[in-house]
Design a protein around this ligand. Structure first.
Ligand SMILES: [Fe+2]
Length: 144
């Protein structure tokens, strides 16, 4: 496989991950609105659960990419960041259960942190992958 074909494959993977980021952004944005309006009912909890499940799958894909990229030295820090995100989402569900401790700003803070993660940490991973030649690119794509 030539460099151009490799880069095209990675660009496709990046587009798939970016679409998943968009999906997560929609959920985070909805949560921000629900919490800001102090309307943390069943719908907000449903979104929180979906965000948690969806994020787990998304992070697993990113982490599988890290495993294919020996030159990527930030894997353990990156994995920890994913765990932090999931823990924060779990805490939002706990806050709802303790309704007296509702914090309207928390979803916004999580969203801000997560956008920084996407813009910096995830971008560096994709840049490293662009330079990686030795793996089977078919294993990277959802759509094959
Ligand atoms: Fe990530």
């Amino acid at each position: 496989m030539g460099r151009n074909q490799w880069r095209a494959t990675i660009a496709r993977v990046e587009a798939e991950l970016s679409a998943e980021h968009d999906e997560m952004a929609v959920m985070l944005s909805s949560l921000r609105c629900y919490f800001a309006a102090a309307e943390v009912g069943d719908e907000a909890i449903r979104i929180l659960r979906r965000l948690s499940d969806y994020s787990r799958g998304h992070f697993a894909r990113e982490e599988a990419l890290m495993d294919l990229c020996p030159s990527y030295s930030e894997a353990s820090v990156h994995r920890q960041a994913h765990e932090q995100f999931l823990t924060r989402v779990e805490r939002l569900m706990e806050i709802r259960d303790l309704s007296g401790e509702l914090s309207a700003d928390m979803p916004h803070m999580i969203e801000q942190w997560w956008r920084g993660h996407v813009d910096v940490v995830d971008r560096i991973l994709m840049e490293q992958l662009q330079q990686q030649f030795s793996v089977d690119p078919q294993s990277l794509c959802v759509s094959g």
